[in-house]
Design a protein. Sequence first.
Length: 366
Amino acid sequence: MNRYILYISIAMLTACTSSKKNEIRNLSEDFPTTIELKSEVLNIPSDSLDDCEDMEIIGEWCVVKGSTGDKVTTAINLKDGKCVKLISKGRGPNELGSNTSVTICDNSMYITNNFSYNEQELKCICISESEGEITSKPEPIKVNDYFTYGPEVILSNGHTMFYAINNMKYDESPYRLVVFNSSGDSVCQIGDIMPLQYASESIKDIRGANWSGCYAKLYGSNRFAFASLVGVYFEFYDFKEDNKYEMLRHIYSKSHYDSRTIEGEFPIRVTGPTDDCIYGFIDLAASDKNYFALYCGKTKAELDTEDFNLNGNEIYSYTANGKPLNHYKLDRTVRYIAVSHNGEYLYAWSPNPETLEPEILIYQIP
């Protein structure tokens, strides 16, 4: 009898723990106070910047990846404002096309061409700092598979993580990422899909729906995080030496999808986020200890009326273990963010409200 009661107690405790772990959280409860931050404009010539598709901190440089200029990237020295253009566009050995992906690993940025690949390696150029100078050089990434896009995460041990085959339906692949070692061999899969109870039923017909979002790795470690774009949830990963990992997920809003038919001469069936689906985190940055996520918080219907201009002025920060830290409110809306390695400064990309000229803002984090 006592053993029976013990089994029931354990089952109830397990159920309660599991329920609490997977419950919908509230951002305002996780972050009860707000810290307002005031910006300064980085003192660099306005004509030195083109557009921005990503920005990262490499040592004492802020590296902006764009597409409209004759160079793929612009590096700005954060001490003296010196600007250096890197990586010409083209098909040469140290050139890239405009369709590229960006991955950061500690003090290096890897820019990979979307459609230059073969069975063994992806065309990649690495930007890194040495003795205060910023340089770029070819550094192919080996993967014994076919990929048309660069890695989402590069760990400090040389492992690369790519999206799994994204033409599979949501519930047909239990993982999002496939992991390769430095020799290009697949060693494991990682990234559990969102449980179906936190998404609308039609998400099962979506291909790649659970992969909308961004990744960031903590400087000098094998810890990284994923912040969702469609729906609002956050995942914290700790990759172990034996190719195993631990993951913690915070869910704030479900991912809502539906299927509908667009009428016309040739009606087509489309599936995507519903009008009331919230778009969550639009960019993610990391220092050596903490994560910083740029939050949008608008519904698809609201974004449709704004030409789908994804930006925001709210930053949520978390520890490496997923503990909520601070909620920051910026004095301007921004699109991309980067954080210094020591976590003292936040950098953001934002057009000037009056001239619309591109500017890089700097915020001191208390």
